[in-house]
Design a protein around this ligand. Sequence first.
Ligand code: HEC
Length: 168
Amino acid sequence: MRLGPILAAAALATLVSACGQSQPAAPVGGDQAGSAAAPAPPMSDADKQAALAALPAPYKTADLANGESKFALCQACHTLPPGGANMTGPNLQGVIGAKAGEGHADFKFSDALKASNIVWTPDKLDAWLTKPSDLVPGTKMTFAGLSDPKDRTDVIAYLMVSTGYKPK
Ligand code: HEC
């Protein structure tokens, strides 16, 4: 009879200590560059505007708020922060300037994308986001595309600011 509450308390204590243990184990960044660095704190709006201003034209004058709101279309499949999860699509941290299909060893890219030899310059991203299957027939990114060039520019600027891109 009196064992019930004691067991419950013990179970709770186990739970609590288990939580305590799992906390310091930060999400394992796992892949490539940057994994040694401490996770960057979230950027303030002022940081984002400063990063935007440092981008090459036409991205420096892009509408970041529109880019962020259009990125909602991508968010079903993609995360942006360092160490973010792969979902239907890969985490996109560090993607700008990277070779297509090589970002994450733990994400299974299509053979078509891996064989494309694309390097993700802003221009290539613009073509990709216009219609992925036109740039890379056989890609498994099933996204119809953004038909408005301004939306693409704004999303690319948002990606640049949010994925650790450093202008040369
Ligand atoms: C329905 C899910 C889905 C949506 C929506 C989606 N993507 Fe993707 N994305 C993928 C998949 C899957 C891949 C991997 C493609 C392959 O391997 O062929 C990918 C690949 C990419 C890549 C190349 C990554 C690399 O490392 O080579 C970029 C960049 C990208 N997506 C950006 C975007 C952006 C920006 C949007 C929104 C405008 C978007 N995606 C919307 C699923 C999606």
